[in-house]
Design a protein around this ligand. Structure first.
Ligand code: AOF
Ligand code: ZN
Length: 362
């Protein structure tokens, strides 16, 4: 194996270590780090375990109980060079005597952005950049959007039959996908700061919108209810210690549980003003939003150019119901050349279903 292949193998290890922090590092990135010798043997590992705690590089260095002089370090994100919640990683790397640092992607955080790499090089450390860069960027897509645009990353998740329907005309939709796909949805929920849905989904499905995975956290729940049609006793408002934001354009006279924060926003031609809601959530510290709603709300997010990514589960079923519901509505495009275009990211199998991941292009 040549050096590049070896670096790629070690970078895959960094990415899988980084994922151990899923659901615990927001608003910070997922980072994994490996220290290795010149024969590419791993001598120590570390990852960013939780927001506010040590960075991956510091953990990998502190986990090694010997002399690191002449060893090499690989990490999916450029080491930081700033005093934040913890001292700069570049300092501890330089002090340790490590001679080579391999980096997946440059940090997009303006206080680091290439300066970490410069500092390492200025102290005589060899830096190799861009190993599995696309995979590294995909892992931290939320962090990248937050840092570069100061906006939350928005994912639309839906499940359809092979003929593209989310429900029959009578609204029967439980369950389109199988157990494995539903487990993956729980994992995705754990990654996101908030899950957003509409009053229609609350009224028809009464979902609890929690992430039922071991050691996971429940995301903040967000309900868009223009006319305050939902009942305070709906499961989504259940006071389990998780915050719920209820957006409406009406004056509220109902008594919701104390974890529910009712916010009034304006309306535009499509309903509640989604841009206002998204900025309001950003102000509340929400850095990623998972939209789990029906076609109307999904369509509104796409039409406003707000959705970043689509995760679509496709079940090997056919409804053949021409009035069945689609997962995006409200486009009414006559010419195929005017379709909404997406970039295909990946296709995975969660037997018996497929999962398509695609990025929106506006
Ligand atoms: C992490 N974990 O493993 C690495 C990070 O809030 P602070 O002080 O912990 O600093 C966060 C910044 O540090 C983050 O925005 C990113 O630029 C850089 N690298 N952050 O949380 C890590 N390596
Ligand atoms: Zn750091």
């Amino acid at each position: 194996m040549n050096d590049i292949k070896q670096y790629q193998k070690l970078m895959r290890k960094c990415l899988s270590l980084a994922k151990k922090g899923e659901g615990k590092t927001s608003p910070n990135p997922l980072v994994g780090c490996v220290i290795f010798d010149d024969d590419f043997n791993i001598v120590s590992v570390g990852w960013h375990e939780k927001y506010g705690e040590f960075h991956a590089e510091r953990n990998a260095i502190l986990n090694y109980k010997g002399d690191l002089k002449g060893k090499n370090l690989i990490v999916n994100l450029e080491p930081c060079c700033h005093y934040g919640k913890t001292p700069p990683c570049t300092d501890i790397i330089i002090e340790s005597g490590i001679k080579k640092v391999v980096v997946g992607m440059r940090d997009v955080n303006p206080i680091v952005a290439g300066k970490g790499i410069k500092q390492l090089q200025n102290s005589g450390i060899e830096v190799v950049e861009g190993v599995l860069e696309n995979e590294c960027k995909k892992l931290n897509e939320i962090f990248i959007k937050n840092q570069t645009e100061k906006k939350p990353f928005i994912l639309i998740k839906s499940a359809v039959t092979l003929d593209g329907k989310i429900a029959t005309k009578t609204n029967s939709s439980k369950w389109i996908t199988g157990e494995r796909a539903r487990r993956e949805v729980q994992r995705i929920r754990n990654l996101y700061d908030a899950i957003l849905t509409s009053s229609n989904t609350v009224l028809s499905d009464n979902p609890s919108l929690t992430a039922r995975i071991k050691g996971g956290k429940n995301p903040v729940r967000v309900v868009l209810d223009r006319h305050l049609k939902t009942s305070p006793s709906a499961k989504v408002y259940n006071d389990d210690g998780t915050k719920v934001f209820l957006f409406t354009s009406q004056k509220n006279n109902k008594k919701y549980p104390k974890n529910v924060c009712v916010k009034r926003v304006s309306e535009d031609k499509n309903g509640l003003d989604l841009n206002e809601i998204v900025s309001e959530l950003w102000e509340e510290g929400i850095r990623s939003i998972l939209v789990e709603a029906g076609g109307k709300l999904n369509g509104a997010f796409v039409k406003e150019g707000l959705a970043d990514k689509l995760v679509l589960f496709v079940a090997p079923k056919i409804l053949g119901d021409k009035k069945g519901k689609s997962f995006v509505e409200g486009f009414d495009i006559d010419d195929i050349n005017n379709s909404q275009i997406l970039d295909m990211v990946s296709v995975k199998r969660f037997e018996p279903d497929l999962m398509i991941e695609a990025g929106f292009k506006y």
